[in-house]
Write a new protein. Sequence first.
Lengths: 209, 209
Amino acid sequence: MQESLKSILSEAGIEDELIQEIQKVGFPKTARSGELIITPGSTSMHMPIVLEGLLSVVRQDEEANEILLYYLEGGETCAMSLACCIEGKRNDFKVTAEDNSVLWMIPMNYMDEWIQNYRSFRKYVFSSYQTRFDELLETIDSITFLNLYERLYKYLLDKKQATKSYEINMSHEQIAQHLNTSRVVVSRLLKQLENEGKIELERNRISIL
Amino acid sequence: MQESLKSILSEAGIEDELIQEIQKVGFPKTARSGELIITPGSTSMHMPIVLEGLLSVVRQDEEANEILLYYLEGGETCAMSLACCIEGKRNDFKVTAEDNSVLWMIPMNYMDEWIQNYRSFRKYVFSSYQTRFDELLETIDSITFLNLYERLYKYLLDKKQATKSYEINMSHEQIAQHLNTSRVVVSRLLKQLENEGKIELERNRISIL
DNA sequence: CACACTCTGTAACATTAGTTACAAACAATG
DNA sequence: CATTGTTTGTAACTAATGTTACAGAGTGTG
């Protein structure tokens, strides 16, 4: 675990000195596939770095309708929690482990100091902000400019990308929630995708061809 | 103009020393209502601070469909252009003056130094990032969880808020573009809002009641 | 294997949003 | 004030998405 943390940070250009500090003050956290990691309304005091696995970040409204914003894959971090913490704001997200996952949690109070002292860490944090921002934009693009058929297909391809697997183990109901639509609609469109030879359907599994 | 810049920055907690530097290395830029300030594909080397007026930030797809992401009001800045610049990325936005506006343009190359040396500037930049991010989330919420009738009404109220005026001087066509729908649909729903006593319609003008 | 539960397929229908077409009102200009 | 271009209103229609209802297939458990 320490190894994977080290290689992720060093890949990001962080110097050994800071890596050691991150190892010292942080701690690991594991989550089983399906486990809820952050609930809306909570306030977290840590910035998580994903060492292994896959997290989904989902937005919810008052009536518990949902939409998937983006995934956090191995090696990625979510600097967004920074501001959420600095400004004492509440979390507006639901973060779920889509897979058995390992995180490295860094207490927030070191952030400002590191941002000040390490150019590499500044870059790391800003780059994380920017990546999240770009992903939100892509989500907006999908919702706005694609119809549901296209969005669904893109969803499957993105999931394939994120899990590096051609097999998606989800029920239609779960997919419908990520897209904020109904199960019936998803089933209908999935069947269409199958008829067009783009996917293959089984119970709790979709294979991308 | 220098006065308004100074009061904005000092309001944001920036110390006099840095304010003076910002005044020294930046320069003003004016834009008439309707003027295009940033086009998709361009690369800007400046971070703009809005001194007066109102900017709209719009997302476009390949077929020139559009959707309004958020407004930049007087006193606000767009630190997003930071990363856009650091990473040499292209701009994916269209920024338009919704009103006669005055901006203060700061060359990017000072950013890193200021972020390193001034805690206040760090806060300012991060807070800008966070505000933009929150606004994107609100946009996603609207698109995802509201129907067009509700979105349109919210659009009008937001515009009222941004311009601090109960009169909106836009054609139905312009509104339709911001919402990525068609003029006919907007006219239909506006008429409905009028019938329900929420607004009053005239040519090129909507009054919010 | 009997039972309960979850998941998927499909039909029929309702609602929302998008499109096409056209007429009338309004504004600007020579 | 005649002409042209823009804006708005409205009807009629199409397409996309959402809803309800139900049946059958698959899975897990005692």
